[in-house]
Design a protein. Structure first.
Length: 261
């Protein structure tokens, strides 16, 4: 964890990392960033736990790189629409090695897993972070890149399952799910492992444990290790809450224990 995190951090998110967001008076509907002093003024205990447990321990744990922990955290914030914390954690993610293009793709990806309004809220924050760093649209993944090659056997199996389970109720969902997996998932601006990591983090954050098994298996097929899956859960306990993580633990346990060794 870098010095900026240790000095100004706070799980409930800090203004120092992105002053342009605080200065954007045109977005009056967005809550203003808080400082650590603000948190301690309302809840000294929360300030203590944020500093001594979350920042001084969780972010320094081995088993998951700071970059990946940033990916998990920003996925949780976007999934929940937590714009107050986004400026700091978007800045931290960029400092930890997440590229602007990857952050752009994470936002796009989560439009489909958390909803377009949540992605749009993230865009409003990222716009100011990118502007402050001189990041322009021509440095980001294009609208229509050459897609990654698809695993046709896996896609055929997925498509058959969705057609059988969802088709009788909503053919539209079937059709757009095909677009999601054949287009969005194949965009090269975010590695398949990272797309899986983002997806699992968002599902757990929003309490969607029914889909965690499929996507955690996909994540591990794409290179996520059991240790990293464990740390994903540990991180999300703080950013998504214990109930959501406890709901996901039995699913994760089943996936990990039944993976071929």
């Amino acid at each position: 964890m870098n010095k900026k995190l240790a000095a100004t951090a706070l799980s409930m998110s800090l203004s120092a990392a992105a002053p342009t967001f605080a200065e954007d008076t045109k977005r009056a509907n967005m809550a203003q960033p808080l400082t650590i002093a603000d948190i301690r003024a309302v809840s000294p205990a929360l300030g203590k736990y944020s500093q001594t447990i979350l920042l001084d321990e969780i972010w320094k744990r081995p088993g998951m790189s700071p970059r990946d922990r940033s990916v998990v955290t920003i996925a949780a914030l976007i999934a929940r629409g937590q714009t107050i914390e986004m400026p700091f954690y978007f800045e931290l993610a960029l400092d930890n090695g997440v590229t602007a293009g990857e952050l752009s793709e994470i936002i796009t990806h989560l439009a489909f897993y958390a909803g377009f309004p949540q992605a749009t809220a993230a865009v409003a924050v990222a716009k100011n972070v990118f502007a402050a760093r001189g990041i322009t649209a021509d440095q980001l993944p294009p609208e229509n890149p050459e897609l990654l090659p698809i695993n046709q056997a896996a896609e055929d199996s997925r498509a058959k399952s969705v057609a059988e389970s969802v088709g009788p109720i909503s053919q539209g969902v079937v059709d757009y799910t095909a677009m999601l997996f054949q287009d969005v998932w194949q965009r090269p601006g975010l590695a398949p492992r990272d797309r899986s990591l983002v997806t699992v983090a968002s599902l757990i954050t929003n309490g969607q444990s029914a889909q965690v098994g499929f996507h955690l298996n996909k994540a591990m097929d794409n290179g996520l290790t059991a240790t990293e899956a464990s740390e994903l859960l540990t991180t999300l306990a703080f950013y998504a809450g214990w109930p959501n993580v406890f709901s996901a633990v039995p699913v994760a346990k089943d996936v990990i224990e039944n993976r071929p060794s």
